[in-house]
Design a protein around this ligand. Structure first.
Ligand SMILES: [Zn+2]
Length: 209
């Protein structure tokens, strides 16, 4: 009997930029008892990429099938992705606290961004415009997931948006996000989930304690 896959996790893409969404693929990171990892293998990476609009459904199927045929390559790419995610989390947590990025983290992002650049090319788009596209490296197509994430991190580090990176104040969330609010005072990654939960909690404390 074929093994039944668990339903696909719906990633919460509220970070405001790809690299932060990717850093947020662990829930309750700082709470060891309730910490939840949402990336368990290459199929999860591909699902994240598809939900983020990086891969089309066809590309996702193609890459997942390739990953199943090349498990060692898939595992190597997966470990590389997790290492990149941890680097991004450390780097942007530091910037959210107005600290500079650790030299090691910066080096890792630099290396990943340089690798990404080697797989970029200018393509003619509809209407005569040009846009950047990612190469299909048939020797290792799986790493394609890493390039746009690395590129997004390099762009964030070098943009004014870096000053708007925030850490969600809900203790059971702690995700990173870009604060686009006018007075730069957003405290929660998402008002409807974390914001309302925190307000309800405060209300409960006020009325019950
Ligand atoms: Zn939150």
């Amino acid at each position: 009997m074929p093994t039944k896959r668990p339903p696909e996790y719906e990633f919460d893409l509220t970070g405001g930029i790809l690299c932060l969404d990717f850093a947020n693929t662990i829930s309750r990171r700082e709470d060891p008892e309730h910490r939840r990892e949402h990336l368990a293998g290459y199929a999860d990476l591909a699902a994240f990429a598809r939900q983020s609009g990086l891969f089309s459904p066809n590309q996702t199927n193609h890459l997942c099938a390739y990953a199943e045929r090349h498990p060692n390559q898939a595992l190597r790419t997966f470990h590389k992705a997790i290492a990149l995610r941890e680097t991004l989390y450390h780097a942007f947590s530091a910037t959210s606290q107005h600290q500079s990025t650790a030299t090691d983290d910066l080096q890792q992002i630099n290396d990943a961004a340089l690798e990404a650049l080697q797989h970029r090319f200018l393509a003619l788009a509809n209407g005569g415009d040009y846009r950047w596209e990612w190469l299909w490296d048939e020797k290792n197509p799986l790493e394609r997931i890493l390039w746009p994430v690395a590129q997004s991190a390099a762009e964030l580090l070098t943009s004014d948006k870096l000053r708007t990176v925030r850490f969600c104040e809900a203790p059971d969330c702690q995700w990173l996000f870009l604060d686009h609010s006018r007075n730069r005072s957003r405290r929660w990654c998402d008002m409807t989930s974390c914001g309302n939960r925190q307000k309800a909690r405060r209300h409960y404390r006020r009325t019950h304690e």
